[in-house]
Design a protein around this ligand. Structure first.
Ligand SMILES: Nc1ncnc2c1ncn2[C@@H]1O[C@H](COP(=O)(O)OP(=O)(O)OP(=O)(O)O)[C@@H](O)[C@H]1O
Ligand SMILES: [Mg+2]
Length: 487
């Protein structure tokens, strides 16, 4: 069992014991459980010099320390419903029975907190003025909103946040999302989504008469207020050979220009892109189009991002180090989220200082030595390949560490990375169904705990996907991950 998962199970048991007013695990009991979940026998435990059980006879552990512990845990776990009344916790059964806790919310209150957490927006922080500006523009006559910025800066997340704005929700009831990362996404997809059934009675709208399709789309957008999200538009752009960029399918340009041109347009289109977008209608209708370029989060917002992910400095020096981490990454949210996941996991277990001691000099030092003792503060403008590379390197390092500490989880991430769509947890578990179910569940939990998955709840189901940048890194390393779990 992965050490991070063992840690979370032990923490969970402690919470349960406290909830049922039982004494928490003492250091010997905690060492016993950690060792047992890690597959160690009592003889091993008594030989570990750093363990709280070092130098205890195996017989003493088995006869004196273990029985009251298992008895106490059996009582509590039966009460919570994790164990049936006929089941008893023993050393042999501990891994199987205790891993059930992974699927088991400990109280109704936690249940709802967890489902709130499943909603990605629970983790949203800051960007108040960007939200307010975008909302106001969209409620006025701004028909096209462009959200620009480097990978992982929060463009897609901002569109989701905007969709949750009550004023926009009530003004624009129909939502259509097109993600160009998927190679299957094309202009036809948009036509299909917007016109749907209307097309089947009118097949000539396809291909033959593009201007009629554009007309039909614009009419639909005028008749019922939609909000259309065109996400990762950079994937659908190409160079025109004269230093400008354009849509690789000119019908997108025609449609967008028409949306800007017509006299009334209640629908809104939001585009996200890592690179600047083509100029439309030669820059006419400036009030009908608005662009925001996202920078990193500021220090306060970044601290809140960490706090929401349970990384809270417990001393002045920890706060100081966290601020340096934030500054070194210019508040880049995807990188900070990945770092939060690492700090939370073993061996750091939430200790910012322990993480800083290991990586602080790497985070600041490498760049400083390149820049002759100037502290490296990456720039976050749209065209900063330097930062994009830097962010990718940080994500690659996180992947390497995941591969070291939880190889099956790294392999699962690489397998899951082959999907661009979000899929349910069972689907993820099936990707590694050749492994025991417990191990597969733990691998999935490792990814969740490290914040490597994006969770989206749709009515009663939760779907999990991987951020495009993390996905790219995972896909590049799929062979290494496979070799690692085979070894
Ligand atoms: N304002 C925010 N508050 C909290 N977390 C954020 C915020 N913005 C971004 N994040 C975190 O960063 C992650 C990456 O953001 P997002 O997917 O929106 O990036 P992106 O700019 O769309 O990247 P790409 O160009 O690669 O698609 C989010 O899933 C979220 O975890
Ligand atoms: Mg995105």
């Amino acid at each position: 069992m992965d050490s991070a998962v063992i840690q979370s199970l032990v923490e969970r048991l402690d919470e349960l014991l406290e909830q049922y007013e039982e004494p928490k695990l003492n250091s010997r009991e905690s060492a016993l459980l950690r060792g047992t979940l890690g597959g160690q026998k009592y003889t091993h435990l008594s030989q570990e010099p750093d363990s709280a059980l070092a130098y205890y006879q195996p017989g003493y552990i088995g006869k004196v320390i273990a029985p009251p512990l298992y008895k106490r845990l059996t009582r509590v776990l039966r009460e919570v419903g994790v164990l049936k009344p006929t089941e008893t916790l023993t050393q042999k059964k501990a891994p199987e029975y205790l891993s059930r806790l992974l699927d088991f919310p400990s109280s109704p209150a936690e249940c709802s907190a967890e489902s709130e957490r499943d909603s990605e927006l629970f983790y949203w922080v800051g960007r108040k003025s960007a939200i307010a500006q975008c909302r106001e523009k969209l409620l006025q006559d701004c028909r096209i909103l462009e959200i620009l910025g480097i990978t992982g800066i929060g463009k897609t997340f901002l569109t989701k946040r905007l969709l949750a704005e009550p004023a926009l929700k009530s003004a624009l009831s129909e939502v259509i999302v097109l993600n160009f990362e998927s190679p299957r996404t094309s202009f036809e997809t948009l036509v299909e989504m917007l016109l749907g059934d209307a097309l089947s009675g009118n097949p000539e709208l396809y291909g033959k008469y593009p201007e009629r399709v554009i007309r039909a789309l614009v009419t639909e957008l005028q008749d019922s207020p939609h909000i259309v999200i065109l996400d990762m538009v950079e994937e659908s752009l190409e160079s025109d050979g004269e230093g400008q960029i354009r849509f690789n399918d000119c019908r997108f340009t025609q449609l967008l220009e028409e949306v800007l041109r017509v006299a009334t347009m209640p629908s809104r289109i939001i585009l996200t892109s890592q690179i600047y977008l083509p100029v439309l209608n030669e820059g006419r209708y400036p009030l009908r189009k608005y662009g925001v370029t996202l920078q990193g989060l500021d220090e306060e917002e970044s601290l809140e991002l960490f706090a929401k992910r349970e990384i809270i400095p417990s001393s002045e020096s920890a706060l100081y180090c966290l601020k340096r981490i934030i500054c070194a990454h210019a508040g880049h949210p995807l990188t900070l989220r990945t770092i939060a996941g690492e700090i939370r996991e073993a061996p750091y277990d939430g200790s910012i200082l322990a993480y800083w001691n290991d990586y602080g000099s790497e985070i600041e030092g490498e760049a400083a030595s390149n820049n002759e003792n100037a502290l490296f503060v990456p720039r976050l403008d749209c065209y900063s390949p330097q930062l994009t590379d830097y962010v990718k390197i940080r994500v690659e390092k996180s992947f390497d560490r995941l591969l070291d500490s939880a190889p099956l989880a790294a392999y699962l991430l690489a397998m899951g990375a082959t999907y661009t769509e979000a899929v349910p947890r069972n689907f993820w578990l099936d990707m590694i169904s050749e492994y025991p179910q417990n191990e597969a569940k733990l691998a999935f939990l490792s990814l969740q705990r490290r914040f490597l998955l994006n969770a989206v709840r749709e009515s009663d189901r939760v779907f999990y996907s991987v951020h495009p940048l993390i996905r790219r890194v995972a896909l590049e390393n799929v062979d290494r991950a496979y070799a690692r779990i085979q070894s």
